[in-house]
Design a protein around this ligand. Structure first.
Ligand code: BGC
Length: 247
């Protein structure tokens, strides 16, 4: 079973065809910068361009960096507000020219990690957190996803947590690894106090450099492991969702 995976992010839109049974990309992924303003039609055009660049006709799974219920995008913290209330499934089905499943980006990454990556064989409560333009979250209870958890917007020291501890915040405020890891640690401790997960999986672009910051995180009971699929998790999970997710 093959499906196209497309990962819409705050800075880039990435795509590749995926062997869904193996969790592997079938071709090198392609990336196009997220257009600004990141309005629905401009993004749909990029989705169309990526689809045709692979000569793709068939099912596609598409991630979105916000809440998605029944194909409708409900929030857009890091994209244009015109997405709020938009029927993204309808818009993107036209752009792809085939059946489309739309789901939250962190949920997609989590689905891929649970099946093929750092979460394989893990039961109980697993919380995947992605650190990028924002902070995404995917919560699993005995391998079942609780979609759209949005834990990146928990309040920390009077601010949206992602404004303090995302990868973007590290860059924006030019934080050292130590300083940023301190903020991430405080955030994860807060999540642990609320949910007591058995495992944390940390992903997003910055998971490529996990050796620089994951060892700095202390005072957290549950193990913290970096995502195994790194930045491909969103693409793989999006493609997987075409089979299993009623998004
Ligand atoms: C959004 C989430 C998204 C996360 C990562 C947050 O700002 O609200 O839906 O998963 O960023 O992109």
């Amino acid at each position: 079973m093959h499906a196209l995976g497309i990962d819409i992010g705050g800075t880039g839109i990435k795509a590749a065809p995926v062997d869904v049974a193996a969790g592997k990309l079938l071709a090198d992924r392609k990336k196009i910068d997220t257009p600004r303003p990141a309005v629905p039609d401009a993004i749909a055009e990029v989705v169309h361009e990526l689809t045709t660049s692979f000569g793709w006709s068939g099912p596609a799974g598409i991630t979105f960096p916000g809440v998605v219920t029944s194909g409708v995008t409900r929030t857009a913290a890091n994209l244009d507000k015109a997405w709020i209330g938009k029927d993204a499934r309808e818009l993107l089905t036209k752009a792809v020219g085939g059946p489309v499943t739309v789901l939250n980006d962190a949920d997609a990454a989590g689905i891929a990690e649970m099946k093929f990556g750092a979460g394989v064989g893990e039961h109980g409560t697993v919380l995947m957190l992605t650190f990028g333009t924002g902070i995404g979250s995917a919560l699993f209870i005995n391998s079942t996803l609780v979609p759209n958890t949005e834990f990146g917007h928990i309040e920390l020291r009077g601010h949206d947590a992602e404004k303090r501890a995302s990868e973007h915040a590290k860059e924006l405020h030019d934080l050292s690894w130590e300083k940023w890891a301190g903020r991430v640690q405080e955030y994860i401790q807060h999540m642990e106090a609320l949910l007591s997960p058995d495992l944390f999986i940390v992903g997003g672009g910055i998971s490529k450099q996990s050796a620089k910051w994951v060892p700095l995180l202390t005072g957290i009971r549950a193990p913290i492991v970096p995502a195994a699929l790194l930045n491909d998790a969103g693409i793989v999970g999006a493609a997987m969702a075409t089979l299993s997710f009623a998004g």
